[in-house]
Design a protein around this ligand. Structure first.
Ligand code: T46
Length: 190
């Protein structure tokens, strides 16, 4: 297993060990014991999610507030995405900062996103199939949408000229971080 360090230490990216042979390849797409060893905490995933998106789709940023906060273990089954997380923990030294990683079916990278981060991604390939495990059930009442435009990222530079962003109405209404802070819809100071 190869671990990729990002500039926000709580976000962990790793590449599973791949066993190639003349038939093709094998790798453990998920191993709880291995992952708990890397992350250093117990994990209990309760739900698997799967989304299929066209090139140019931006999903997010979404997060759920306590007590329904979700840790997420994400990966790409087919295609390529730019996966982006934003720290929404007010007590964190990296509050408001973001980091990203290209996740593809070829690089087989998995990204662990703990509770307290808003998550989203841009689809770069023609189609992307995105699969992730979450540590808490979906709770729309506790879900918050942070605007995908709240960070200094030019999403379009990852797309061919002429391909426009495709964003849901809900995500188009995503709010800026300062609004979420003033309405106490971020992770509170400890
Ligand atoms: C997330 C979720 C959604 N839904 C239903 C609700 C809607 O009727 C439909 C589409 O939901 P939404 O537009 O919120 O899907 P995404 O934009 O892919 O949301 C995801 O986007 C970013 C990338 C994330 O990290 C979140 O986990 C997740 O919110 O699925 C469910 O029934 N269960 C669920 O767990």
């Amino acid at each position: 297993m190869n671990i990729v360090k990002l500039d926000i230490p709580e976000i962990i990216v790793y590449e599973p060990k791949v066993f190639d042979d003349e038939r093709g390849c094998f790798f453990e797409s998920f191993n709880q014991k291995t992952l708990e060893g890397v992350i250093g905490r117990k994990l209990e995933f309760v739900q698997d999610n799967y989304s299929v998106s066209k090139r140019g789709v931006v999903r997010g940023f979404h997060f759920q507030l306590p007590p329904m906060a979700q840790g997420k273990l994400v990966h790409v089954v087919r295609g390529e995405v730019l996966d982006v997380v934003v720290d929404v923990r007010q007590s964190s030294p990296s509050f408001g900062r973001w980091t990203s990683q290209l996740l593809t079916s070829d690089n087989r990278k998995r990204m662990w996103i703990p509770e307290g981060f808003a998550h989203g991604f841009l689809v770069i390939s023609e189609v992307a199939e995105f699969n992730y495990k979450v540590t808490n059930f979906y709770c729309p009442e506790k879900e918050v949408t942070l605007s995908y435009s709240c960070i200094d990222l030019d999403w379009r530079r990852y797309l061919p000229i002429g391909v426009e962003l495709l964003v849901s109405d809900k995500d188009k209404m995503g709010e800026q971080l300062d609004v979420l802070v003033s309405s106490e819809r971020v992770f509170a100071q400890n």
